[in-house]
Design a protein around this ligand. Structure first.
Ligand code: ADP
Length: 429
């Protein structure tokens, strides 16, 4: 038992003993004891009610100098001081978090599991039109009405990132990213990417203009070179030099051609004129054309093509995917290699065009970069075979426009597999 409790017990016993002696002396023992008991009870109730008042934020506690009540009050004062310190620390921390989130240039919203806004920073006001005080407690999808935002919030996207029109400044574009944030909450970050898009468009327009300007002069130069090569007056040495000039000029023309194709793909936003394409026929035609050129007569090409599976898309673009993947498989594998070409529906229902070879393969570190412009895993072989370094970039773009993706796998020394996957909705039979 604590000392204060023992003291209090001894005090009560002493009071009762004194009251008993006084009562016995004046021959009024029951009355004196009863009155003493009532006085002790009133004293306890008075302290209890003062304590309650004090705890409820009211009057000061009575100035109990000693005893059980003094101990209770001082214990509670200590507790209060400690909790006040903790509260101040928490407030400081909250202020620090709020100041640092307000310093962020990007809008940040904290959402609960029902997409209700728990808090937002200052940037959210001018980027999304969401005010921390006014809109806290509202559902974000009620304030920002965009179908893509719903797919993002419902976790329906492979990557939790979308782009949407700014709800505040017409013509501006925002990139929104959703990340987990504590138990059940999520953080929605919004960044204004209008300037990035503008810069990208300027760069694309510049590349497209330069390519367009180079296209005609290069065609003329190539035409004249071909005529010169037919001229019997040139010596063998001169003819050899002309052939080298012609090869380089042809390469430049191929690059310009591919850059123009990429520029066209980038500037054409949607596939409004999709039509069913007989993919099996298109693939077979490309195989026959490439093998018929005589350059790959020692390659073995095995085709397994689903004749009934058609694809909704733009034929010229689909043809460039087929050509680039097939041509690469033939160019990057030595004579005698086997190339398997497949056009089929995968168990998932997605139509797929697969080209696999048993050539030298590609080292793992190159795989993530192969679709970047001008990236070459084997620069020597690419130039020697007339590569532009743009083929797989074109393939990636076309597939994106057709709701698909390119998957590349390879084992060095064993071969490579390029899988062009289209979306289920594009398949028709
Ligand atoms: P390029 O015009 O150089 O062929 P691509 O974009 O078509 O450009 O291909 C990028 C690079 O990928 C090539 O330079 C080559 O190194 C590599 N590559 C593509 N296909 C194959 C393949 N079937 N086997 C080995 N390497 C390949």
């Amino acid at each position: 038992m604590q000392k204060a409790v023992i003291d209090e017990r001894n005090r009560v016993i002493a009071i009762l003993v004194i009251a008993a002696i006084v009562g016995w002396v004046i021959d009024q023992l029951p009355w004196v004891l009863a009155l003493t008991g009532i006085a002790l009870a009133v004293h306890a109730i008075w302290h209890g009610s003062r304590l309650l008042d004090w705890l409820q934020g009211g009057a000061k506690p009575p100035p109990a100098q000693s005893g059980l009540w003094a101990e209770i009050y001082s214990q509670m004062r200590r507790e209060r001081r400690a909790s006040e310190g903790r509260r101040r620390k928490l407030l400081d921390m909250l202020r620090w978090y709020s100041d640092s989130s307000d310093a962020l240039p990007d809008a940040a919203l904290i959402l609960d599991e029902h997409n209700t806004i728990i808090g937002s920073n200052q940037a959210a006001r001018h980027t999304l039109g969401i005010d921390n005080k006014r809109d806290r407690g509202q559902r974000v999808d009620n304030l920002l009405r965009d179908p893509m935002l719903l797919t993002l919030l419902n976790d329906e996207l492979p990557e939790p990132v979308i782009e949407m029109d700014s709800p505040v400044n017409a013509g501006d574009t925002l990139r929104l990213r959703l990340t987990a944030y504590g138990a059940g909450s999520r953080l929605l970050l919004a960044q204004d990417i209008s300037e990035q898009i503008h810069n990208q468009e300027t760069r694309q327009a510049f590349v497209a203009n330069v390519s367009h300007e180079l296209h005609t002069p290069l065609t003329v130069v190539n035409g004249h070179l071909e005529l010169l090569l037919d001229d019997p007056d040139f010596t063998e040495v001169q003819r050899e030099q002309l052939l080298q000039v012609s090869a380089q000029s042809n390469r430049m023309q191929a690059i310009v051609q591919d850059l123009l194709s990429l520029a066209r793909l980038e500037s054409a936003p949607s596939l409004a004129d999709s039509a069913p394409v007989q993919m099996a026929q298109l693939i077979q035609l490309e195989v026959d054309t490439l093998l018929g050129s005589g350059r790959f007569s020692e390659h073995h090409v095995q085709c397994a093509l689903d004749q009934n599976l058609q694809l909704l898309g733009r034929q010229t673009e689909l043809q460039s995917v087929i050509h680039n993947l097939l041509h690469n498989a033939l160019r990057y594998t030595p004579a005698g290699s086997t190339i398997d070409v497949e056009w089929s529906r995968l168990p998932s229902g997605r139509p797929a065009f697969k080209v696999s070879d048993n050539g030298p393969g590609i080292a793992a570190e190159h795989l993530p970069h192969l679709t970047e412009r001008f990236y070459r895993a084997d620069p020597g072989r690419s130039s020697a075979t007339g590569g532009t370094g743009l083929g797989l970039a074109i393939v990636k773009h076309v597939l994106q426009r057709h709701g698909g993706e390119l998957q590349i796998s390879s084992i060095e020394g064993e071969g490579s597999e390029f899988l062009a996957l289209y979306s289920v909705e594009r398949a028709t039979s």
